[in-house]
Design a protein around this ligand. Structure first.
Ligand code: FAD
Length: 396
């Protein structure tokens, strides 16, 4: 069966690695000419590390990551501890897999190394998709075409394939996120104990955690403002963060100016995507469920999608592909919509119009994640997919 994946991001590469392990070939068409994915860190939760370990990537991930011992929620102004969740060995015992923090670029490299050479075709931007009952054709901006029995849209939050399948409905969330990395040599007062720290204020929050090589990754979510001229450079963004977090805990104000790179993303709020498949085309990762980042589950859900789709495709052929894609979409929709809804609930709590006193809001993220972590972190998408795929492909 011919499988064409659009996008060599986290979902696309995980899918290709899982297909290769199952003896299936595919190609990935990627718009970027070379792979220098944005810096900054990423938190991989047990629901994703469990699956990546099953792909044989456990040792590489361990070598490239930090293993925070706990996640602390702190008061915005004086950094007083409001709530602490044990991670490290305790979380690993509880969920059967570790929670890791690492650079996004390290994760990308590990996934690239896990796919057979020649799988990724760089420098090709997909502009059109044409589907009929026999095959799907993907056309690139340079006119080149790729034909497949199945096309997978793993092309991220601004997915062209999703837009081509049906018109988009999304709006600004009113919030933006700044992300940056502080090099090891410039980390001031580095702590001996690795932990995730989240300072929560009434309408903004700031998170940091260690990644490989003693570096520190941070992200700040805050109401978006019209971009000034300084917003295009790291220096300008550092200055903007300095103004946005005046009066906050001095530790974070000392840390931000040391960053050697800061990125800025406007956060869009999307409705759940109504259809993930049209027969031969299917969506995975951010393309299928663009979600707000409050639960840091975007990459984890991309990994879950990829592993589940690989399981369904493992047994399929060109004739039964449509059924396999529908089975995958059914297996994933409810779970991702629930996490999508949680992100929206968190967003509501951080807007100026939020209900409740501002001083009650800091605990909200902690409360929500504590209440939800069992089913989010404890889920084994691989075992679930194997059960469902067996049922789907059972003869008779
Ligand atoms: P992506 O990884 O975005 O990959 C999409 C790929 O498709 C890209 O390589 C792109 O170049 C390619 N592409 C797009 N359009 C086309 C086209 N038309 N033709 C060909 N190729 C195309 N999530 C977490 O779970 N935890 C975190 O801590 C976290 N931190 C983050 C930090 C940063 C800096 C960023 C940017 C995101 C973070 N996220 C985090 C979100 C997470 O990275 C995404 O949810 C995840 O990358 C989704 O994977 P994906 O494969 O769906 O999309």
């Amino acid at each position: 069966m011919r499988i064409v994946i659009v996008g060599a991001g986290i979902a696309g590469l995980t899918l290709a690695a899982a297909l290769a392990r199952a003896g299936r070939r595919c190609v990935i068409v990627e718009q970027a000419q070379d792979f220098s994915p944005v810096g900054s860190g990423i938190r991989l939760a047990p629901n994703a590390t469990r699956l990546l370990t099953a792909l044989g990537l456990g040792p590489a991930l361990t070598a490239a990551s930090s293993r925070p011992l706990r996640r602390d929620i702190l008061r915005w102004d004086d950094g007083r501890l409001l709530h602490s969740t044990p991670l490290g060995g305790e979380a690993e015992k509880r969920y059967g897999a570790p929670l890791l923090t690492l650079l996004r670029s390290d994760l990308h490299r590990i996934l690239l190394d896990a796919v057979p050479e020649g799988t990724v075709l760089p420098g090709r931007y997909i502009t059109d998709v044409l589907e009929n009952s026999d095959e799907v054709t993907l056309r690139c901006s340079d006119g080149r075409e790729f034909h497949g029995d199945v096309a997978v849209g793993a092309d991220g939050v601004h997915s062209s394939l999703r837009a081509l399948l049906r018109p988009e409905r999304h709006r600004s969330s009113g919030q933006a996120v700044y992300r940056g990395v502080v090099p090891a040599e410039r980390r001031l007062g580095a702590e001996a104990e690795p932990r995730i720290r989240i300072w929560v204020g009434a309408d903004r929050n700031f998170t940091d955690y260690p990644v490989s090589g003693g570096r520190l990754s941070f992200s700040a979510t805050l109401p978006s403002t019209p971009p000034g001229s300084g917003a295009w450079t790291t220096e300008g963004r550092i200055a903007a963060l300095g103004s946005a977090f005046t009066d906050w805990d001095p530790r974070l104000l000392e840390e931000v100016p040391e960053a050697d790179w800061v990125g800025l993303w406007e956060l869009s709020e999307h409705d759940p995507v109504p259809a993930w498949t049209t027969g031969r085309v299917v969506l995975v990762g951010d393309a299928a469920h663009p979600m707000l980042p409050y639960f840091a589950q975007g990459a984890d859900q991309a990994v879950e999608d990829a592993m589940v789709l690989a399981e369904f495709l493992r047994h399929a052929d060109a004739l039964s592909a449509g059924r396999a894609l529908a089975g995958y979409a059914e297996a994933r929709r409810e779970r991702t919509e629930r996490i999508h809804a949680l992100g929206r609930r968190a967003l509501r709590a951080f807007t100026p119009r939020a209900e409740g006193a501002p001083e009650d809001r800091p605990a909200l993220l902690g409360d929500l994640e504590r209440a939800e972590s069992e089913w989010i972190f404890g889920h084994d998408a691989g075992a679930d997919a194997a059960r469902r795929a067996r049922r789907l492909h059972r003869p008779g």
